[in-house]
Design a protein. Structure first.
Ligand SMILES: [Zn+2]
Length: 271
């Protein structure tokens, strides 16, 4: 009995001591660029940015397929669906729009068609959505489709009253929430201020999710600003890499607690 306990204990020590421990992960930033697919020139410029980036592509836009294939082929880049969702200002959503008046069958079919149009997507986030994301029922439908396709969701948080993250957790869908919008104001100085705010959050809280757009001002600033992250030891990761790290951490924490239980069991047996 003691022999087998000791064996398991050493195995746990080995597993827990290998790769990363929770407090050894450096601060992380997930950078998402929205509204891709509309403008081919902007898309090309957005793809020229270095390092891990998650690109959110609007369905059925002129450059959507070509852009997604190019992004998908690049290392450390990934594509998600930028799902157009009804907004309070009633701004037009374009093709693939999701609205509260749709029946469940119609709503899910529109969403599935959007996803089918971009087969390389790993997740989705909301385009606009200040009206739809407040409503539990349609957000539950979104998460049911995300779950059946094994996709993650990023809540762009276009309203403080959003229910998206709650509904994702309830459905067992991996979720991230946007903390900083880079370019509400399309001005180099304002973009820099927002980027520095994101850097501060990453350093203080260990993680930050940032959303920007492929505006020339934003891309120009990012070329200058991104090297700062390396200097500060902030790791840039795609959304899916971030979520994978989270899963690894949780597994590791579970093993650590098993190890602690084992240590106390061994202590009791030797007394
Ligand atoms: Zn958008």
């Amino acid at each position: 009995m003691i022999k087998s306990l000791v064996g398991v204990f050493f195995w746990l020590c080995f597993v827990v001591a290998s790769p990363l421990l929770a407090d050894e992960i450096s601060p992380r930033m997930v950078l998402i660029l929205d509204d891709l697919g509309v403008n081919a020139a902007q898309g090309r410029a957005a793809l020229d940015l270095p390092g891990p980036i998650t690109y959110a592509v609007l369905p059925f836009t002129p450059d959507a397929t070509r852009f997604s294939i190019k992004a998908h082929a690049k290392p450390s880049k990934e594509v998600i669906l930028h799902a157009p969702m009804a907004n309070i200002a009633n701004l037009p959503l374009g093709p693939g729009g999701l609205y509260p008046h749709q029946s469940e069958a119609e709503f899910k079919q529109v969403l599935r068609n959007n996803l089918d149009s971009l087969p390389m997507v790993k997740g989705l986030n909301n385009h606009m959505g200040s009206l739809l994301t407040q409503q539990e029922r349609p957000m539950r439908w979104v998460m049911e489709v995300a779950k059946e396709r094994d996709l993650f969701f990023i809540d762009s948080r276009t309203t403080a009253a959003t229910q998206a993250a709650n509904m994702a957790r309830e459905a067992g869908v991996s979720v991230l929430e946007r903390r900083v919008f880079l370019d509400h104001e399309i001005d180099s100085h304002a973009i820099e201020q927002q980027f520095l705010r994101a850097v501060e959050i990453a350093l203080e809280e260990g993680e930050v999710v940032v959303i920007g757009h492929p505006y020339p001002e934003t891309l120009e600033y990012l070329h200058r600003g991104l090297p700062l992250l390396d200097e500060l030891g902030i790791q840039r990761v795609t959304a899916s890499a971030f979520l994978r790290q989270e899963t690894d951490l949780q597994k590791r924490q579970a093993l650590q607690s098993q190890q602690r239980d084992m240590e106390s069991a061994l202590r009791l047996t030797s007394e």
